[in-house]
Design a protein around this ligand. Structure first.
Ligand code: ATP
Ligand code: LTN
Length: 339
């Protein structure tokens, strides 16, 4: 008798990036590049985290525009709406619906230990709002709604994924199995690209000094110039030593662009000077970003198509998210038959 074909259920991946500004090389190498690599083998959900972005004051029309642009950039990098579910977070109201339940299962002490909260409240001392504090709970909801197994993120988000695990385990213990426990997926090289001007702090899209970061949309000449100005040290030798933060950062960028290990790259540059390292790193970055930039420009001119992708993405995401909300609402004692 013919055997029935049993389909192996793919594991689920979810991640997101905040549309707070144009994306940097750090966002690409730490997160986005892996989104693309993972979409082939996983049931993938990638969102633009616009609800997270308003923890810091945003201009409304710019936020709306940038959210669409970032979704277009996802696609320009290779995310295919036929393979992945691409959506804008605020289009899926289930994120906010689950948020309250999870706020009631998270401790103040846990949230006050989050380093991103400490950093951002220091940076925005005039607007330390409750959303900035509870932000990791919303991030936990993003992940748990889709029952995601793996979360591709840069090293700075590891703490938030760990908190998500704790909240999910607590909920499952109190109410019975409801959520999948996720794991962070952090790349070996590129998980923490540092500022070109201060290599002891993370390259960040909200850095007021544009020489500190490379934007994914920077022109080739600008990329070359920024890398030429990158802070190194006075030792003159190229070795893979994390304590020599400037040189190590350039080696990381070069390695991550070409998919090599830092040791391989350091061996390649042994005996060379910093000028060569900077020029070849700039070449690697430019050749990686140029085709993405061209495709991005093309996609932005296809407004109707982008609109369709965004609407379909929201429908697909909602269909999945609502199932989890129904389950969780029922578990806590809400009458969820109407959802
Ligand atoms: P902001 O500066 O607005 O706080 P950000 O540049 O840190 O933002 P996020 O939207 O917070 O960017 O991050 C999106 C993803 O990119 C996350 O997975 C994060 O870990 C990753 N990421 C951000 N910066 C870097 C970096 N410098 N190196 C590697 N990964 C990074
Ligand atoms: N908190 C992340 C962005 C983010 C995210 C998520 C990442 C929001 N929701 C869910 C992974 C999964 C950040 O600030 N980088």
């Amino acid at each position: 008798m013919e055997q029935p074909i049993t389909q192996v259920q793919k594991k689920t991946v979810l991640s997101g990036i905040q549309p707070t500004s144009r994306l940097t090389l750090g966002n690409y190498l730490g997160a986005l590049k892996n989104f693309v690599a993972m979409q082939e083998d996983y049931d993938s959900y990638y969102m633009v985290a616009d609800m997270h972005a308003i923890t810091v004051r945003q201009n409304a029309s710019e936020l709306r525009k940038r959210s669409i642009e970032i979704l277009a950039l996802y696609m320009a990098c290779g995310l295919d709406p036929e393979k992945s579910t691409l959506f804008i977070q605020s289009h899926v109201p289930e994120h906010a619906m689950l948020n309250w339940l999870m706020c009631c299962n998270t401790y103040m002490g846990e949230l006050s230990r989050m380093t991103q909260f400490k950093d951002k409240s220091a940076k925005h001392a005039d607007n330390i709002n409750a959303g900035l504090f509870t932000y990791p709970v919303l991030m936990a909801c993003d992940i748990l709604l889709y029952q995601a197994n793996y979360i591709p993120v840069g090293a700075d988000q590891k703490q938030h994924v760990e908190l998500t695990r704790d909240i999910a385990e607590r909920f499952n213990k109190a109410y019975g199995d409801t959520f999948t426990i996720p794991e962070p997926f952090i790349p070996k090289v590129g998980a923490r690209i540092m500022s070109l001007q201060d290599p002891t702090s993370k390259m960040s899209k909200s850095d007021p000094n544009p020489n500190g970061y490379i934007s994914m949309l920077d022109e080739p000449e600008v990329i070359v110039k920024k890398l030429k100005r990158a802070v190194t040290d006075s030792e003159g030798e190229i070795t893979p030593n994390p304590e020599r933060a400037g040189v190590y950062n350039l080696l990381s960028i070069y390695s991550a662009c070409l998919g090599k290990t830092i040791e391989e790259t350091a061996a390649e540059f042994a005996g060379e000077n910093y000028g060569t390292l900077k020029t070849r790193t700039a070449d690697a970055v430019v050749s990686m970003l140029e085709p993405i930039q061209a495709e991005y420009k093309r996609l932005l001119s296809e407004k109707d198509y982008l609109g369709e992708v965004i609407r379909n993405g929201a429908d697909k995401a909602r269909a999945r998210a609502v199932k989890t909300v129904r389950k969780a609402y029922h578990k806590v004692g809400f009458d969820s038959y109407k959802l």
